[in-house]
Design a protein around this ligand. Structure first.
Ligand code: NAD
Length: 437
């Protein structure tokens, strides 16, 4: 079987590499010439554990190729995945320009029947728009070629993307005929041998399932953050409360860790897009709207604690930041809470030394030398007035506290992820601030 994946970012590259691993011949396409050149050389433009090895071995086995030209490979392909970005437009709705550009390109050059699969997260109705766009190009060419549409939203988590793709809990596929069902079943067969289900459904349901999943997860995060903030006012400890509610199997323990607010390339934009879809259809999603408001507030909580601690005078204070990525095991900083923290600190006149195991280059691309970057976590502590932990990378969990006491001028820790033991730190002479404890 031969397939094409258009868009070779976090989702497209993982999709391409994992299908290649299952024996399929895959061509990954991207308009970014540098990215494709880098990939052809077997080097990975993003940080994702396990991906480099998978890409390299499948290049060697000649099952995975890269190109900037969609025409390369399209004549023999059975399935084409669209996995380009769908960033928020100015009004918060998902911007479909990249997706529709790809649809136009497909219509212009396809030479045989294709199943066109949307893997990008797209609002309900997008498959219909893609279909119309491709058909319009075929009509211009006077070509009687047929094609089918499918919607196959992706649920992988950055940092665990390979495992999530190879062993998915479920695969959601929206289709509108049995022929497409047969093609997609064949393609995904190796990934469901462990009885993970493929959930076939109609296309609009598949499209909204992705948004509903992300909105649900974002809701859990905002919910626990609100309870944490309340715990703090009441003298309770959110860690106890979290365990207390998480052991109820109706609730479960995942996604109820308080922190500095959700970020990343998905939750913020998908929550916004879902709100937009609802309002376009004359409906207000009251819960989801509150989730977003609560999250915006949460991104300010640790900064406000710090500001108060320094008597609302952060001018010339030197602050060390551990963790810049929006979560551990990724270099992705899109909508990361660290960005809001950095902006607030700089506005207040503070100076910053930042360290992250993977995301420093991405942060440099975004804000350049507005902050100082450290080579390791301890260098980021030299002479600082306080440390703020923004991302819970594993190497931050058990640092050498004695060394930290020596390096830091001010022994103050703002723990944005509640990973430290407040009692232990206070005994060592630190002033400790967490969230909801
Ligand atoms: P990304 O920004 O990492 O990658 C998108 C890629 O598409 C870029 O490399 C870009 O150059 C390329 N591109 C844009 N226009 C193109 C065109 N016309 N032809 C070829 N390539 C083109 O984005 P991503 O994080 O991989 O996300 C892609 C989609 O998947 C989004 O809709 C996102 O919401 C969804 N998604 C992302 C994740 C995640 O964790 N990142 C998880 C599930 C779903």
């Amino acid at each position: 079987m031969r397939i094409i994946v258009v868009g070779s970012g976090y989702v497209g590259l993982v999709t391409g590499a994992c299908f290649a691993e299952s024996g399929v011949n895959v061509t990954c396409i991207d308009i970014d010439i540098n990215k494709i050149q880098q990939l052809k050389n077997g080097s990975i433009p993003i940080y994702e554990p396990g991906l480099e090895d998978l890409v390299k071995s499948n290049i060697e086995k000649k099952r995975l190729t890269f190109s900037t030209e969609l025409a390369d490979g399209i004549k023999d392909a059975e399935v084409i995945f669209i996995a380009v970005g769908t960033p928020p437009g100015e009004d918060g709705s998902a911007d479909m320009k990249h997706v529709l550009n790809v649809a136009r390109d497909i219509g212009r050059i396809m030479t045989r029947h294709l199943v066109v699969v949307t893997k990008s997260t797209v609002p309900v109705g997008t498959s219909g728009k893609i279909r119309t766009t491709i058909q319009a190009e075929l009509d211009k060419r006077g070509e009687p070629i047929t094609f089918d549409m499918a919607s196959n939203p992706e649920f992988l988590k950055e940092g665990a993307a390979i495992d999530d793709f190879l062993k998915p809990e479920r695969i959601v596929i929206g289709i509108d005929n049995d022929k497409t069902r047969e093609v997609m079943s064949r393609l995904y067969m190796p990934f469901v041998l462990n009885n993970h289900p493929i959930l076939f459904m109609d296309i609009p349901s598949a499209e909204i399932t992705k948004y509903a999943a992300n909105a649900m997860l974002a809701t859990r995060i905002s919910f626990i953050n609100e309870i944490a903030n309340l715990c703090e006012l009441l003298g309770a400890d959110i860690n106890n409360v979290r365990k207390g509610i998480g052991s109820d199997s109706r609730i479960g323990s995942k996604f109820i860790y308080p922190g500095t607010g959700y970020g990343g390339s998905c939750f913020p934009k998908d929550v916004k897009a879902l709100l937009n879809t609802a309002s376009d259809n004359g409906y207000e999603l009251k819960v989801i709207k509150a989730v977003e408001e609560a999250n915006d507030y949460q991104k300010t909580v640790i900064f406000n604690k710090m500001n108060k601690f320094f008597n609302y005078n952060l001018k010339d204070k030197l602050i060390g930041i551990w963790g810049l990525s929006f979560k551990p095991k990724t270099d992705d900083i899109r909508e990361a809470s660290s960005i809001v923290m950095i902006e607030s600190l700089l506005k207040a006149g503070a100076r910053i030394k930042g360290y992250d195991p993977a995301a420093i280059n991405e942060m440099k691309k975004l804000i350049g030398d507005k902050i100082e970057y450290s080579r390791d976590q301890y260098e980021a502590l030299v002479d600082v007035d306080a440390l703020v932990l923004m991302t819970e990378w594993s190497e931050f969990h058990l640092p050498e506290f004695n060394r930290m006491v020596e390096l830091m001028k001010g022994k103050v820790i703002f723990d944005g992820r509640n990973i430290y033991d407040p009692t232990q730190l206070r005994q060592m002479g630190f002033t400790y601030f967490g969230i909801g404890r």
